[in-house]
Ligand binder design. Structure first.
Ligand code: SF4
Length: 291
């Protein structure tokens, strides 16, 4: 019986750095975080035990003279505006990749006022709210090709992507837009920028290889994580015997004792959580041996 943890799974550098920042700032005194610091309930709980207090936008509007950490997903300009008005000290842990994307979208918005900015992403996701804010909330959010009717094919289109979406989904959307444009009488501009984070994209092939080598795969992720959903689907493609779990409590104790079990996770899955799952497997009735 072999249990192994995928070397390429776990926090990306953006999340690692936001969590490090939170730990450093917590050592200096009271600290609030706007929204869950990471889309992983177990890690949020760990940091809350260290004193981090999670607040929402309503809280932000009513609180004054506090210190608030902005997570790796980034925030729209309105958040900085509220903070300034309320004397709130911002500790900005926005991932540099997201920051750069925000700036790029903002620049495009200013330079092409008559065009449409389309963001391939999940409506309501924290990063998407931050990106949409760069366009005064005029950007069109498209989650899949099914939403394509939201786009006006008579006006220029500048397409970007939320950093954690799938490349295949982005390409399918781009192709769908191209075929719609082909039917138009007057030509329009389409600029498609694949802004999916390389830290996510580079993991996919390695993750699929890892998954294909296992008899059974346990994908550890948070239910709110977009990246976890995307990577889980890739694992399942490579190995249909893949299961999504949030933590060791989700383990079934009827796992086959003949299985070669692989544990992997998203960019928001802490290493300690995957190790906890590996440990729990070894405590199941069968004897498991860690590789
Ligand atoms: S997935 Fe990429 S863009 Fe998102 S936080 Fe991690 S490093 Fe930054």
């Amino acid at each position: 019986m072999i249990v192994s943890i995928d070397n390429n799974s776990g926090f990306c550098f953006g999340v690692t750095s936001a969590i490090q920042k939170a730990e450093e700032e917590l050592a200096k005194g009271q600290l609030f975080c706007l929204g869950d610091i990471v889309h992983n309930g177990q890690e949020v709980k760990r940091l809350e035990q260290l004193g981090l207090e999670t607040i929402d936008y309503d809280d932000l509007r009513t609180l004054h003279n506090i210190r608030v950490l902005l997570r790796a997903h980034g925030e729209p300009p309105s958040t900085y505006h509220i903070a300034r008005n309320n004397g709130i000290d911002i500790i900005d842990a926005t991932c540099p990749v997201v920051k750069k994307l925000q700036e790029r979208i903002h620049k495009t918005y200013l330079e092409h006022r008559d065009a449409q900015i389309v963001i391939y992403g999940k409506a309501g996701h924290a990063e998407v709210i931050g990106l949409q804010g760069q366009t005064n909330n005029t950007a069109i959010i498209i989650e899949s090709e099914k939403d394509i009717n939201k786009i006006d094919f008579n006006r220029d289109i500048y397409l970007f992507s939320q950093t954690t979406m799938s490349i295949e989904g982005f390409e399918a959307l781009r192709e769908a837009i191209i075929s719609q444009i082909a039917n138009q009488k007057s030509p329009i501009v389409l600029e498609a920028h694949n802004t999916i984070c390389r830290s996510v994209a580079n993991r996919v092939e390695k993750l699929k290889t890892f998954a294909a080598e296992q008899d059974l795969v346990l994908f550890v992720g948070g239910s709110k994580s977009s990246n976890a959903k995307v990577l889980y689907e890739h694992c399942r493609e490579a190995n249909p015997n893949t299961y999504f779990i949030e933590n060791a409590n989700d383990l079934q104790d009827n796992l086959s004792p003949l299985s070669k079990i692989g544990i992997c996770g998203a960019t928001s899955t802490p290493q300690w959580l995957m190790q906890q799952v590996a440990q729990a497997l070894q405590n199941l009735p069968q004897a498991y041996q860690k590789s």
